[in-house]
Design a protein around this ligand. Structure first.
Ligand SMILES: NC(=O)c1ccc[n+]([C@@H]2O[C@H](COP(=O)([O-])OP(=O)(O)OC[C@H]3O[C@@H](n4cnc5c(N)ncnc54)[C@H](O)[C@@H]3O)[C@@H](O)[C@H]2O)c1
Length: 439
């Protein structure tokens, strides 16, 4: 057994989970945790709650639950807070989102109704389809960040929390590119005082979180915390960050199937993905500028997994198209179609069709839970800056500059579990297997 790399502080006391955006994903997450606490359901889809981890050799029979192996906050120790641009409480917002049945929501109506969003930092120029009224006003963006920092401190005190994490589960903002204002923390702060358009509302939240020492996860594809100024600040001040864009639905399928095709050296001529969805997220993504942010995030995965430069005979110039169509009758129950044109021995073509009748927020909610618990673990373990081991949860994983992201879900899972083994001083598992033959 290798040595434990550092002491992990215990998960004592309450963990406050601050959600930016109290929409479909956030309310499905909170209602789910409340239902699980009451024994109404099991935490299906959550690796922290249902996953196990093998330790040592296959013959050792040491396979604890992840939550028993590393010290994670328990579900009973979670407290929820949120900001939204609408005033509805979590119960009303969940009813509007239409993901969960009223019967289920009524069983958790009390904690849901008592979760009332704080006023948001919002600017309609960054999310063009939404017009909120429950919004802060301030002299400039620094003033708004300071108001958020006060919200954070007040929440912590009122709820008697030991630790906090923040998860962005608000709408996707318009596509922004990295600018001078994003390069250093000095330039970033100046831009906040100057009320620069380069600072999106999501960046104001991320800044407020980091300044308050609160780990931050970005569930949407916005630039947000993925800029040198905030990355460096997080690294220097010991705050874990991760993102971007929860990996659910079609991209989840892509990162499950593409590694399999590649492992068998099957070629790809094209992958056409289209989906219909009718929730508020779909409405926001109907705006071309928000869609562009999402499209960039969705397109990157195949290129990295298939490596056309390494395997030109199999993957050079494959066609990859992604479409999202806003179709209100579908609500949150998205339908994603994939047509995959592959080729095999002697170049003979074949096709795979996937029709995934999924539920977006049902897939996303357990990711919010895992990210909150793992980010808190990261902080207590002394990890800082980008948490690449949490790539498993994202469509567009944040990495240290200069490193390409790992998209293959199986590599991501090995990375995550090996990080947990590393934190606890257990041997990393290479799957080599030679030891067994030499007995
Ligand atoms: N559901 C999924 O499978 C999935 C997957 C990947 C990413 N995402 C992303 O997660 C985010 C949330 O998705 P959703 O389905 O819950 O969307 P939603 O539209 O139901 O909820 C988003 C909420 O954020 C609020 N909001 C917008 N801007 C805000 C701001 N500046 N401050 C506070 N609140 C703000 C909106 O009023 C809304 O209530 C979206 O960006 C979406 O693209 C979702």
């Amino acid at each position: 057994m290798s040595q434990q790399r550092a002491e992990i502080a215990p998960a004592e006391g309450k963990l406050g989970v601050l959600l930016v955006g109290l929409g479909a994903v956030s309310t499905t997450f909170v209602a789910g945790v409340e239902a699980i606490r009451r024994g109404i359901s099991k935490p299906i889809g959550s690796l922290t709650q249902m996953g196990t981890i093998r330790l040592g050799k296959r013959t050792d029979n040491r396979v604890p639950m992840i939550k028993d192996f590393v010290p994670l906050a328990g579900l009973d120790d979670l407290v929820f807070g949120a900001w939204d641009i609408f005033e509805e409480n979590a119960y009303e917002a969940a009813l509007n989102a239409g993901v969960l049945e009223k019967d289920l929501l009524n069983q958790v109506s009390e904690p849901m109704a008592s979760l009332k969003p704080m006023t948001a930092v919002f600017d309609n120029r960054y999310v063009k389809r939404l017009h909120g009224t429950h919004v802060k006003s301030g002299k400039n963006k620094m003033d708004l960040a300071e108001q958020l920092m006060r919200d954070i401190a007040d929440f912590k005190e009122k709820n008697n929390c030991d630790r906090l994490v923040m998860v962005w589960a608000a709408s996707t903002e318009i596509f922004l590119e990295e600018k001078e204002a994003h390069k250093t923390i000095e330039a970033f702060e100046k831009a906040m005082y100057d009320d620069s358009d380069d600072i999106a509302p999501s960046m104001v939240y991320a800044y407020a979180a980091l300044k308050s020492g609160v780990p931050f996860a970005n569930g949407a594809p916005n630039l947000t915390v993925d800029i040198p100024a905030l990355r460096k600040y997080a690294e220097e001040h010991g705050v874990p960050i991760c993102g971007k864009d929860f990996k659910t639905g079609q991209t989840l399928m892509k990162t499950i199937i593409a590694p399999g095709l590649k492992s068998r050296m099957l070629g790809l001529a094209g992958w056409y993905s289209t989906n219909i969805l009718g929730n508020r997220d779909g409405e926001v993504l109907d705006d071309p500028e928000s869609f562009k942010t999402k499209e960039e995030s969705k397109l990157s995965v195949l290129e990295q997994i298939l490596q056309p430069d390494v395997y030109p005979d199999l993957y050079d110039g494959f066609s990859h198209v992604v479409r999202i169509n806003y179709y209100p009758p579908r609500g949150d129950n998205k339908e994603g179609w994939d047509n995959i044109d592959i080729f095999g021995w002697l170049g003979y073509p074949m096709q795979i069709k996937i029709d995934f009748l999924c539920r977006d927020s049902i897939l996303a909610a357990p990711l919010v839970l895992d990210l909150a618990l793992f980010l808190d673990l990261a902080k207590r373990s002394g990890l800082k800056g980008i948490q690449e081991w949490l790539s498993f949860y994202f469509k567009s994983p944040q990495t240290v500059p200069g490193l390409y992201p790992e998209h293959d879900i199986f590599i991501q899972l090995k990375k995550l579990k090996n990080t947990l083994r590393f934190l606890k001083g257990e041997d990393l598992i290479t799957h080599l297997g030679m030891d067994y033959n030499n007995d």
